[in-house]
Design a protein around this ligand. Sequence first.
Ligand SMILES: *Cc1c(COP(=O)(O)O)cnc(C)c1O
Length: 430
Amino acid sequence: MNYYSLKHKAPTVSFSEAVVKGLAPDRGLYFPEKITPLDKNFFATIEGKSKLEIAYECIRQFVGNKIPPAQLKEILEDVLSFDFPVVPISDTISTLELFHGPTMAFKDVGARFMARCLGYFNQHNNKEVTVLVATSGDTGGAVAKGFLGVPGVNVVILYPDGKVSEIQERQLTTLGQNIKALKVQGTFDDCQAMVKKAFLDTDITATKKLTSANSINVARWLPQLLYFVFAYQQVKAQEKELVFSVPSGNFGNICAGIVAYKLGLPIDHFIASVNSNDTVVRYMNSKKYEPKPSVATISNAMDVGDPSNFIRIQQLFENNFKSLKEKFSAFSYDDVATRKAIIEIYKNYVYIADPHGAVGYLGLKEFGLKSNQLGIFLETAHPIKFRPTVEEALQVTLPIPDQIKGVLDKDKKFVSITNYEDLKADLLAG
Ligand SMILES: *Cc1c(COP(=O)(O)O)cnc(C)c1O
């Protein structure tokens, strides 16, 4: 399997090169040359398969011969060492809980898979790789934890000052070792722009091998397709048409879901549920893609004004607006609506949703499910990560899970930076 650049001005590369490079030399996103649907029998007999069997069948075409089967299985087993339960909250609505990993947000799977692939590709390489990543909240912690102690890899995380939750900040600033946190006086968009600039800066690339661990990296992005397959395995017996509502920021997760659909997974409809950062919603209404600077919300991991992966979604629908519209809807909710939804879900169903999941729930409600449909919203993070918001809305005290206890009493270590020159100096010095 090879990958081509969506800007079409760079050579195609293998999986390993796409992972190591992150972005193509023409600044385009890598995209698989071909997606081969799985045998119908695979889905017909999915009940009897293990998580590992499912994962291996779904992922192997994207890795090709770059990692031998035994090693790929080992990586997948290690990456998928926790549960992905579908929890019913009413007759027609369920939630897919993706927060049972080490940092309690769905990004653990992609970050761990990428870390292990990069570790594998780098084992006979004496040049260190620097993973440079911007985070709107959860990527930082997942990447830090996923890459901690991986030999030959240094991680530099940029996060916007005051715009990530306290627990998110602790998760990315308390590990030390090969993980470094840079606190940026600015927004997530500023962080992302600085990362992009560094990739183009030949002063840096002459001496440093840089890669990205954002969902632009195929190893971060693609394994997320497994969530949708694992969910299908659990609800198949209900014999309903599936509608997934995915709380979306950079649109990597929902885009991976559409790849699962291309593999033959029966999914009726995709809903991208977003907060006030509504670039894609406006696009679906006007056919005009007009990115805006991101605004801060209580679902901060989705505060993205120019979602990188939307171009991949368009490609998956052959850049045909009509076919996109048939299969994909997008809805936006502000913080007032999100808080109300957290309360509604708790009052009606005794379920505590985090602000991102609550936005996903609202998307399902607005879509309007038919009687033969099951709506599944993705719970992309544990509510504890947004503790003040959730506790205030519900007037409850949330118990603190073990994964989180571990970071609460550790000291935060970060370097404050204000502009690109600061980042550059830091990268060249380190
Ligand atoms: C990252 C994140 C999202 C958005 O995911 P994308 O793949 O960027 O669309 C949603 N919810 C939570 C909790 C996240 O951490």
